[in-house]
Design a protein around this ligand. Structure first.
Ligand code: FCB
Length: 474
């Protein structure tokens, strides 16, 4: 991979093989929740729990992408996207976790054909949080058996699409699928149980490893990977031993719990000690870590912001938890006494800090400590929600989003200049969609979706991205 190079005009250019893309996820956009044999996922069930989702919104219709995918692929082509990251719904492919549903698989087959016809590389994620509810009722991710069911489902999807899809991601953000979902209670299935969350974390990693082994055996030429959401924790006071320990704990429970087993075949010892009250190691059977550490080709990094932490309470209380009514709790099993602080940084509508330099540091660290030259790094999600306004001309002039996008692409060029190859970038998200516990309240899209008419309108940020992609420079 080449270094980036300033052009004579002073613009910064992307390497020739750098891929520009955008991302979505099945439950957030597809709708058609009860069509062609699909049955409930944990998100369908969770949206019916009173107070779980703002406005009691759900994914029954969402963006109706299931029916409008040709129009959406055309939008991608108009933007000049080279690749599109989407997820398949387990409940569509194997309703209730049972036998394969040909009609469900066929939707993805048509989508892939449409993408290929427009020269857009399909980047497929097998699990973006929508476990079949029937499997949750058997224990969900806290049940070890779910990992084996996932590996079977992965092979079913591969059997249908493997002739046309070469980039496979096992899981999206297993931290959210375990700690935020089984302990924090904010995401489906909304449990609040340390032991279940720790078991879920391990079983998700096991599911990843088993799927990688199965897919590799099915076709050694596939590009296989996982997407992790990673953070950059900084101490409020870098000279305070307490604050440094807060950083260590958050790093352990957010980043290293996933990175260490995948790339080193071990769980971090300090993490295991931090959570010793729940005897985490009871879930780890002989051989599991070898499976989890099965070599991969790609690590996808999702980055939204870092954190400033300390052991002293913040003056201004700081939270990014969705204000849904259902009670929630900290998703960290062992972060009592850790406090989050705001910096003097702009905030998005999610109350997330805009911190592009954190992305440079994160990618450098992941490369230096984990992936090296053996595993390709991609930014598989990055984006921002803003309170978009439709102007009198009918358009959305979202300068803040365009600037967010440019600053983060610039941060990627910075790390490439430091000698860290980055394969590509996927903006989250192609279009406004169902933002989990926030329902339709938060808009991350490059394309606006009018939820009454389902009409799509590219925002100014879409035009900005289109220009960057066309010029391959900032
Ligand atoms: C990520 C999720 C994605 C979306 C963005 C805003 O954590 O993977 O589905 O909700 O956040």
């Amino acid at each position: 991979m080449t270094q980036t190079s300033p052009t004579t005009s002073g613009a910064r250019t992307f390497p020739t093989d750098f891929l520009f893309g955008s991302a979505t996820a099945a439950y957030q956009i597809e709708g058609a929740a009860h069509e062609d044999g699909r049955t409930d996922s944990i998100w369908d069930a969770f949206t019916r729990v009173p107070g779980a989702v703002i406005n009691a919104d759900n994914g029954d219709v969402a963006c109706d992408h299931y029916h409008r995918y040709p129009e959406d692929v055309q939008l991608m082509a108009d933007l000049g996207l080279q690749t599109y990251r989407f997820s398949t719904s387990w409940s569509r492919v194997r309703p209730d976790g049972g036998p394969v549903n040909a009609a469900g698989l066929d939707f993805y087959s048509r989508l892939v054909d449409e993408l290929l016809e427009k020269n857009i590389l399909p980047w497929l994620t097998l699990y973006h949080w929508d476990l079949p509810q029937a499997l949750e009722e058997k224990g969900g991710w806290a049940n070890r058996d779910t990992a084996y069911r996932f590996a079977e489902y992965a092979l079913d999807v591969h059997e249908a699409l493997g002739d046309r899809v070469s980039n496979w991601t096992t899981l999206n953000e297993p931290w959210c699928a375990s700690f935020l979902s089984y302990l924090g209670g904010e995401h489906a299935p909304g449990r609040q149980d340390e032991s279940a969350a720790l078991a879920a974390g391990h079983h998700l990693l096991l599911a990843h490893g088993l799927a990688v082994q199965g897919l590799r055996e099915a076709d050694p030429s596939l590009s296989l990977g996982i997407t992790l959401n990673l953070t950059v924790p900084d101490p409020l006071d870098p000279t305070s031993a307490g604050d440094l320990d807060a950083v260590r704990r958050i790093d352990g429970q957010f980043n290293r719990f996933f990175l260490d087993p995948i790339f080193r075949g071990t769980y971090p010892q300090d993490f295991v000690t931090d959570v010793s009250e729940w005897n985490f190691e009871q879930y780890v059977q002989p051989g599991d870590l070898d499976i989890i550490a099965t070599p991969i080709d790609v690590l996808g990094v999702n980055y939204y912001h870092g954190e400033l932490v300390s052991v002293t309470p913040a003056d201004v209380s700081m939270t990014t938890v969705a204000p849904s009514e259902r009670p929630k709790r900290s998703p960290f099993p062992a972060a009592d006494g850790v406090h989050w602080h705001l910096r003097d940084l702009p905030l998005t509508a999610m109350n997330w800090e805009v911190q592009p330099e954190g992305l440079t540091r994160l990618l450098k660290r992941v490369h230096d400590e984990y992936t090296g030259s053996a595993v390709e790094l991609y930014v598989t999600e990055n984006g921002a929600a803003y309170d978009d306004v439709v102007a009198s001309d009918g358009l959305v002039h979202d300068e803040e989003r365009s600037s967010f996008l440019e600053q983060h692409l610039d941060a990627i060029l910075d790390v490439i200049d430091l000698g860290v190859p980055i394969g590509g970038y996927f903006y989250w998200s192609l279009m406004d969609n169902f933002e989990w516990a926030w329902g339709y309240d938060k808009r991350f899209g490059l394309v606006r979706v009018d939820y009454d008419t389902l009409e799509r309108t590219p925002k100014d940020s879409a035009r900005a991205y289109q220009r960057i992609i066309a010029a391959r420079s900032l």
